[in-house]
Ligand binder design. Sequence first.
Ligand SMILES: Nc1nc2c(c(=O)[nH]1)N[C@H]1C(S)=C(S)[C@@H](COP(=O)(O)O)O[C@H]1N2
Ligand SMILES: [Mo]
Length: 314
Amino acid sequence: MLIKMSEDMTENDITAESVYKQRRLFLQAGSALALLGSGLLSAAERPGVGRPLQGYQKTPWGKAETLTPYRDITSYNNFYEFSTDKEEPALLAKNLKTSPWDIVVEGEVERPGKYHLEDLVPMNKLEERIYRLRCVEAWSMVIPWIGIPLATVIKRLQPTSKAKYVEFTTLFDPKQMPNQNNRLLDWPYVEGLRMDEAMHPLTILAVGLYGEVMPNQNGAPVRLVVPWKYGFKNIKSIARIRFTEQQPVSAWMKASSREYGFYANVNPQVSHPRWSQAKERRIGEFRKRETLMFNGYGEQVAGLYTGMDLKRFF
Ligand SMILES: Nc1nc2c(c(=O)[nH]1)N[C@H]1C(S)=C(S)[C@@H](COP(=O)(O)O)O[C@H]1N2
Ligand SMILES: [Mo]
């Protein structure tokens, strides 16, 4: 997503560019479909690109959805630490060192410390969840994530009674993440959730997709997935988890609090100041879809926000 575009760039220019890119993705998806038709490729099949994850549970989540092709999920990315271009993270994140990976846990918690990823996310408890991801830029995908409920991790860490929020921070390492040398955002990338959002059963920490370890460009080795919120809440390559009493200030709120709020719930009725959020383009599809309240997960999550003015707490 963009903080500010140059003043002379109109929304039409942007549309023209994104339509061009969509068309390319559409053509790619078309050839994948042809392969499917010819029986050479099955949608659920592992792509055979990364290390396979074994023994994860299948869950009913998203079983009715048509998966976005692996190629699109891994070649059309937002990962500003590497590039603001959608196609470059796949190339530029190739050499990110994701193992060993430590995560610092701190703040209002009984068990602070520096944890190996494997000790925080037990690899024998993984499950697959097919979730929609709706970017604030009004495109969407359907992704077969593999991960564990964040609640499982948080319970083991035992937050104190003062912990009202959880803050996540991406690795800060400008040698590996070249854009951290540019003042695009106030690095490192930070995101946060209210404790009940973090503990909600839909919220997961993902370590893979399509049956394989997380591709670097998708946020290896571990990233957050909160399917009813805009894509930017889904922070990648997490290196720090802090439990706080105060509401965290995310990197996007710091950059432009008028445009990006703390809650960032998908909401077709609340426009972004520079564009409508009523419709979205599913990557690989031609016709736009109506964006659904809470990205279609309202039945599960609307209760978290009863009594809140969602125009104010956007
Ligand atoms: N650290 C970090 N996390 C990030 C981003 C980023 O630039 N840096 N981009 C966000 C945005 S805007 C989106 S839409 C999703 C994209 O995830 P994907 O590339 O796996 O589709 O990641 C989110 N997480
Ligand atoms: Mo996004």
